[in-house]
Design a binder for this molecule. Sequence first.
Ligand SMILES: [Zn+2]
Ligand SMILES: [Zn+2]
Length: 339
Amino acid sequence: MSKALSMAVFFLTAIIIVFPALIGRGCKMPAGALPNPDQRSSQVDSGAEIKTRVFRSDLGEVITLPLDEYLVGVVAAEMPASFDLEALKAQAVVARTYTVRRLTAFGGQGCERHPGADICSDFAHCQAWEPKEKSLGKWPADKAQGYLRKIRRAVQETSGLIIVSGGQPVDAVFHAHCGGHTENSEDVWSAASPYLRGVRCPYCKDSRWRETKHEFSGAQFAGALLPYISALPVSAAGRPLLDGAQRTATGRVRFLRVGGEQVSGREFRAALEMPSTKFSWRLDGDTVTFTTRGFGHGVGLCQHGADGQARAGKSYREIIHFYYTGVEIVPISGLAAYK
Ligand SMILES: [Zn+2]
Ligand SMILES: [Zn+2]
């Protein structure tokens, strides 16, 4: 493959795979507020009652599924099925919370890209979802049925439950691995959120994402950064290749200078397809090697940490309260817009 072609493939891959993961999931809050907690039903609603119109990005058509059946396909797509049951339950509640914010029946905006659908299966736009056949096909044959049963159980045992803060469903963002400490939302995106506060997370330390190495030749590095800077860093005569890193309190790079030009940590991570902005580097001749910690933006629930906590005996409720500060876990029926 020619160098130009391989670089084009590299950029395309970065745009298709990495960039969508950086896009914050924005959607409008439902208009309704929760009534007085005393008036809430202690009964958990059946997710089977609530219809979800899902635009299947793979087929280009809208299908209608009971909420909980839809959530099985979301949890299967968003979290490794080998994770502990309590971690899968936490993910189910997170996914249900995200979905309810979109459902037009609850005052949500639906998927604005696909009129007539509440949500689409494009992870970069709404929320990842996969059909049962795909899940069964990707899991080891001897484990597949057990995994499906486990995910169904995670959804059923949390049926009807969502996470709220100030009477509204939260923006239940999550990521694969926090690298040891989750982030305040304003340190990654612009808006501060009372429930998206950074917490020290020692529970994900056994994962392979705790620390990874990424090596680039000078040419690879320069080519990847070209869209973000006006000159090749290798030709930045006399100026340090990388310097001036501004970091968050937990060590994620907000900005750094590449050959004297400022680049955001998020752009830098996307360009080099690195798993997180929590990185350091070492220059050795024509090679630059990055050491990164974690995988993902670091805000909200840490999936590997959730699994670590579950294996240490924590419940899904404890896991959710650990990663989302000051929230409540309540039945959907508490929402005023509930029909
Ligand atoms: Zn969508
Ligand atoms: Zn963690």
